[in-house]
Design a protein around this ligand. Structure first.
Ligand code: SF4
Length: 377
């Protein structure tokens, strides 16, 4: 029996500029590629699917999907409506940059029934937006949020970044306070990371950027958990907080290690136990598709052992944890079998706990999540 797949991710690689910390598949100043990208995306999807697939969750990410001019955005959404229609009760998300988010573009996404907008807010302080090389002003976010609400968008999410060089704990709390005042349904908080190959990585190496101290970063994470919880957001994942009923359904597909389609440069799919990743180079991906060749650069079959371990890594990200007997039934082994000594040790040290038949990270364990999950990989 073939598996049922109800989720898809579409990668739109265009951005106005590459931010210094960005490690995503992104291309800037190549508007000449907009049409050819859409031609190739349509070809990739139609050749992979053969027939349309109805979805429960569809996520358009980037890059900056709302960088696409309205006519290109409309074409993208028409392709998706034709091949990957979303059920009327489904979740249809798009990532957007507050910068230059025109009302015309909002009207286009509204016309195609996108029902969740994730805004790359990052900070409400101009100096930190400048450090992050983001082009919008803090006050733009309120304007964008209002114009989205005026069009009936009820499910708005903000992405925020902490541990920005030069940012104090008070600065971060100011940003959290502004976010809470605008009352989005969902807030994601991420600590700034320095990925090899990015401009920030090089600048840190040259001591041009000072990375936040671990202790400060920890305080910022603790503060986000506290402030957002007090404001009525339920933390359901290490970095994600939502009003009741507004948890991101698409991301839960990933954290539950369920299958999904992926299309576009750099996108990954997980189908029939195989993770397939497409070329990250946008021009490389385009050339492959134009030549009628596979745009996939890597294939990894998740054998039983890797599938078991990845399910623990992803499942522990969720605050409710992993239901122990469901895990055993699905993977034919217990989580403890994967790393018995470490498992016992983490329970003893109070980093893991068993609550209501779920294995989960404790409050203290959330700060050391990477260390804990690494032992199960
Ligand atoms: S807007 Fe987002 S995707 Fe684009 S370059 Fe900046 S961080 Fe990367």
């Amino acid at each position: 029996m073939s598996e049922s797949v109800s989720a898809a991710y579409i990668h739109v690689p265009f951005c106005i500029h590459r931010c210094g910390y960005c490690d995503f598949t992104v291309i800037a100043n190549r508007d000449d590629l907009l049409s050819v990208y859409l031609d190739c995306l349509e070809q990739e999807i139609s050749e992979s699917l053969v027939e349309p697939q109805q979805l429960t969750t569809l996520f358009i990410g980037g890059g900056t999907p709302n960088y696409l001019p309205p006519e290109h955005l409309q074409r993208l959404l028409k392709i998706l409506q034709r091949w990957l229609p979303v059920r009327s009760d489904g979740e249809f998300s798009i990532e957007c940059n507050p910068e230059d988010f025109s009302s015309e573009r909002m009207d286009v996404i509204n016309e195609f029934n996108v029902n969740r907008v994730s805004l790359g807010v990052q900070s409400f302080q101009a100096e930190h937006l400048k450090t992050l090389e983001r082009g919008h002003r803090p006050e733009t976010v309120a304007d964008v949020t209002q114009r989205l609400r005026d069009r009936g968008f009820q499910n708005i999410s903000f992405d925020l970044i902490y541990a920005v060089p030069g940012q104090s704990l008070t600065d971060w709390e100011t940003t959290l306070g502004h976010a809470i005042l605008l009352a989005p349904q969902h807030i994601s908080t991420y600590g700034l990371t320095y990925e090899k190959g990015t401009a920030f990585w090089t600048r840190r190496m040259k001591s041009q950027l000072e990375q936040a101290e671990d202790e400060l970063e920890r305080s910022m994470y603790a503060s986000a958990m506290k402030e957002l919880s007090q404001a009525g957001y339920d933390q359901y994942e290490l970095s994600n907080h939502a009003r009741s009923g507004f948890q991101c359904r698409h991301n839960q597909i990933y954290w539950n290690a369920l299958p999904y389609y992926g299309f576009g440069p750099g996108a990954a799919s997980l189908l029939n136990g195989e993770r397939v990743t497409r070329y990250r180079s946008v021009t490389g991906w385009i050339k492959k598709i134009q030549k009628g060749e596979s745009p996939c650069s890597d294939r990894e079959v998740l054998g039983p052992d890797l599938a078991r371990r990845e399910a623990v890594m992803l499942g522990l990200r969720q605050l409710k944890g992993i239901h122990l007997s469901s895990y055993e039934e699905r993977f034919n082994c217990s989580i403890r079998d994967l790393a018995p000594e470490e498992y016992d040790n983490f329970l003893k040290r109070g980093l893991l706990e068993i609550d209501n038949e779920h294995l989960r990270l404790t409050y203290e364990g959330r700060f050391l999540a990477d260390t804990v999950v690494a032992e199960f990989l």
